[in-house]
Design a binder for this molecule. Structure first.
Ligand code: FES
Length: 323
């Protein structure tokens, strides 16, 4: 598949420690030219290169005002399970550092058919909503933001939310103070034309999806986004690369992409390695995939026409790919 992202160079103009674990980075072009336009919910893929030649690539939501294209802002949480990218951003990126980023893409846009937007953020999952709040400001559609974090010091950007134009629409939930979000009550009280949006850790996303389903809320009214691919689980299986006839064993705990790269059996273009960008999309000729990406729609996943090699695995013992 053709890469629909354009990559370009930026430099870091500001770094702010927002919480003990979250930093906000401001990125701009060195020549001062405007950045590509984006809408709230968009992400960019940031490529990082260490002095020792190490390379990392992560997707981050844009959190700044979409109306201001002089710069972008991203929020980066230092992840304990970091593949290296978030640690690199925290430890090696400073004002003046050059990075390569992609043009923005939006897999988490506000649905214009919604009569009310109900936004649920967990921790660093607040970032796409900060951009969307700019779009909602003064608009005709009602909205409310529910923002949960584990302790007062971990609630990034809460001061700006508590005192700005969105204060009346924002509700805070703090685990350590036993102030918890009652998802069942929230879903039960949802109007028929309201849409739910959730971004944050996987347990929160799973809980929102399950609670909404239990409350009879249609799938099309529930939107979610999570970066950082889930850990690879599941039994080993065989992949056949149809163009060369090469057979590979994909071991437990390994992705198809890793198996292909290890064997050097084919070259696969891959930008994010998190199931977000779509560059590693590959046609399935035989067998069934177990999809873990966020790029394909539910219909596309069900059709079993293609899959993302960086995160998805096989449901069958054997997969034949058009590679
Ligand atoms: S590399 Fe981005 S979806 Fe696989």
């Amino acid at each position: 598949m053709a890469n629909k992202y354009e990559m370009f160079s930026v430099h870091v103009t500001e770094v702010e420690q927002a919480t003990p674990l979250i930093k906000r980075f401001t990125l701009a072009r060195e020549d001062g030219a405007p950045m590509p336009a984006f809408t709230g919910g968009s992400h960019v893929i940031v490529q990082m290169q260490g002095a020792d030649g190490s390379q990392f690539s992560n997707a981050y939501s844009l959190m700044s005002d979409p109306r201001d294209t002089r710069s972008y802002q991203i929020g980066v949480r230092l992840e304990e399970q970091s593949k290296g990218g978030s640690a690199f951003m925290h430890q090696q990126v400073e004002v003046g550092t050059q990075l390569t980023i992609s043009s923005p893409n939006n897999l988490f846009a506000l649905d214009p058919s919604a009569g009310r937007h109900v936004l649920i953020a967990g921790g660093i999952g607040i970032t796409p909503f900060l951009a969307q709040l700019h779009e909602l400001e003064g608009g005709a559609t009602d909205y409310e933001l529910h923002y949960a974090f584990r302790a007062p010091e971990h609630g990034a950007f809460q001061a700006q939310l508590a005192s700005g134009p969105h204060a009346d629409n924002t509700h805070f939930y703090i685990d350590s103070l036993d102030r918890k979000l009652d998802l069942a009550a929230l879903c039960a009280s949802l109007a028929d034309d309201a849409h739910l949006y959730v971004c944050g850790p996987k347990p929160l996303i799973d809980a929102v999806i399950a609670t909404a389903a239990k409350a009879g809320i249609a799938d099309q009214r529930v939107h979610w986004e999570q970066f950082a691919a889930a850990p690879v689980t599941g039994a080993a299986f065989t992949v056949v690369l149809a163009q060369s006839g090469i057979e590979l064993q994909v071991e437990e705990g390994m992705t198809i992409l890793q198996a292909i790269e290890k064997s050097k059996a084919a070259k696969v273009e891959c930008l994010c390695r998190e199931g977000v960008c779509g560059t590693c999309e590959t046609a399935i000729l035989e067998g069934e995939a177990e999809h873990f990406d966020q790029y394909l729609s539910d219909e596309e996943k069900a059709s079993q026409q293609s899959m993302m090699l960086c995160v998805s695995r096989a449901r069958s013992a054997r997969l034949v790919l058009d590679l």
